[in-house]
Write a protein that binds this ligand. Structure first.
Ligand SMILES: *Cc1c(COP(=O)(O)O)cnc(C)c1O
Length: 474
């Protein structure tokens, strides 16, 4: 496997004296396997039609390589599975809660832990305790569920990511950075800003990181306006890895040290344990402020469960506590981000347009450049995701006009600049050979001579429409 910020895969394959570096592989071996199904083109056509050309509506047993999401799809280690057997299923005060509290406090450093069933549970509670109708919440690009909960609580979301974050071709090493001038404008003009939302890494920009310097500056600017910074910590460990690789002064620090420093510039976080923390379900809300934590504990019992389980079984909390320990190991992160980079470099070598630089959890295909003549209202990214499934059974996800949804006030479609298809890599699940198959399939779809004309939406759900919308080919 290739390593981050190294030479191209072709260089890796040269032999003899030209080999400039040694290959390395994942820091684990496989103990149990799960068979996956190869399908025929006819089977895939029928399955796609039945799913309304929405990859979310496919049955997973009809999928060969599932790159829909890295959320809850990671493989747990033997140590995590052993932890499941140590679940203390007491209603209150489970010892697994205290293990989780210890792990979060050791690696993220916040004072209070409020467990939730997954990330959106934490977003819901944070939004409800902090936002009042008419508020403004600035953030470095929106995330679907995060913005939903902010708007649902009555806030207006304002994107303050740097312009490069919206440019799929910009090679900026920290495209998730906050534009401090944009943030300052919001802080000085908005009626009330309950908090600033800092996402690390930025999912919708392509898994792009935030630099330590930027996080520090955001914290200082917000502190001057007495506005707390709440982090979306879902992929903060991946962010820490990028800081180690790209930001001067951090190469010799461990991922764990970098994570602690990064969190120190924020006042709390929402977390989906289903990403960095290597579990299939779970999340949490962290806060440093005692009074706010009190409010959150009052709400969590209504929506999630008692404040010492928040919708998780004791065994789930144990698996997450152990997953956190594993997630901050440098060897794990090198393999995790390295595999994403391996796939990205294969695609770049084949001339496929992808978002640069290669992100932490996914490769984002630039659907506009697959279908330069297709209007955005024909859903180019949705179309590309369905074509990928039809080609070889690889399941990807749309991140474009369907995901962007409609403006809560005007009801008009948001028209995002980026029209992307996300190939998301689950952690510790697929091999390099699977990545080769994916790259070949994407290349075949890119080179199709007969291009599809797009899709028409025939069913649109009211909320987060990308999950359940149905389409027909035009
Ligand atoms: C997945 C995700 C969430 C929501 O977490 P869930 O566990 O799916 O509810 C929030 N923010 C980001 C950046 C995510 O990727």
């Amino acid at each position: 496997m290739n390593s981050p910020s190294s030479s191209s895969p072709t260089a890796l394959r040269t032999t003899g004296q030209q080999l400039r570096r040694r290959s390395w592989a994942e820091p684990w071996k496989i103990k149990m396997v799960e068979p996956i199904k190869l399908t025929t083109a006819e089977q895939r056509t029928a399955a796609m039609r039945a799913a309304g050309y929405n990859t979310f509506l496919l049955r997973s047993e009809d999928v060969y390589i599932d790159l829909l999401t890295d959320s809850g799809t990671s493989a747990m280690s033997d140590w995590q599975w052993a932890g499941l057997m140590l679940g203390d299923e007491a209603y209150a005060g489970s010892k697994n809660y205290y293990h989780l509290e210890e792990a979060v406090s050791r690696h993220y450093g916040y004072k209070h832990l409020i467990p939730t069933h997954q990330g959106r549970g934490a977003e819901h509670i944070l939004s409800q305790i902090m936002i009042r109708p008419g508020d403004t919440v600035p953030g470095n690009m929106y995330f679907t569920t995060t913005r939903f909960h902010q708007e649902h609580a009555g806030a207006t979301f304002v994107d303050v990511v740097i312009d490069e974050g919206h440019d799929p071709a910009s090679p900026h090493p920290f495209k998730g950075n906050v534009d401090l001038a944009k943030l300052e404008r919001v802080l000085t003009t908005a009626k009330h800003v309950p908090y600033a939302c800092l996402a690390a890494t930025v999912n919708m920009a392509g898994g792009q990181p935030v630099s330590m310097a930027n996080a520090h500056a955001v914290h200082e600017l917000c502190a001057r306006h007495s506005v707390p910074v709440m982090m979306d910590a879902t992929r903060a460990v991946e962010n820490a890895w990028f800081i180690k690789c790209r930001e001067p002064g951090y190469a010799e620090k461990t991922c764990a040290e970098i994570l602690r420093e990064f969190c120190s510039y924020t006042d709390g976080c929402t977390m989906s344990g289903k990403k960095d923390a290597l579990v299939n379900i779970g999340g949490w809300l962290s806060l440093n402020d005692d009074a706010l934590a009190e409010k959150a504990r009052n709400l969590v019992v209504v929506f999630e469960g008692l404040h010492t389980y928040g919708g998780m079984a004791g065994r789930d909390m144990e698996a997450m506590a152990r997953g956190i320990e594993e997630s901050v190991q440098d060897d794990h992160m090198r393999a995790r981000v390295g595999q994403v980079e391996y796939l990205g470099e294969l695609l770049l070598a084949a001339g496929v347009p992808i978002v640069a630089p290669i992100g932490g959890h996914a490769i984002y295909l630039d659907a506009r450049r697959f279908y330069p003549d297709m209007p955005q209202d024909n859903f180019p990214a949705q179309t590309l995701a369905s074509e990928l499934y039809l080609d070889a059974g690889v399941r990807a996800m749309e991140r474009g006009i369907v995901s962007a949804g409609r403006d809560a006030k005007t009801g008009q479609n948001h028209h995002p600049k980026l029209e992307l298809v996300r190939l998301t890599i689950p952690r510790r699940v697929y091999t390099q050979a699977h990545m080769d198959v994916v790259a070949e399939s994407v290349e075949a779809v890119f080179q199709q001579t007969k291009k599809p004309r797009g899709l028409r939406m025939v069913y649109e759900p009211e909320y987060l429409r990308f999950f359940q919308a149905r389409f027909e080919p035009i």
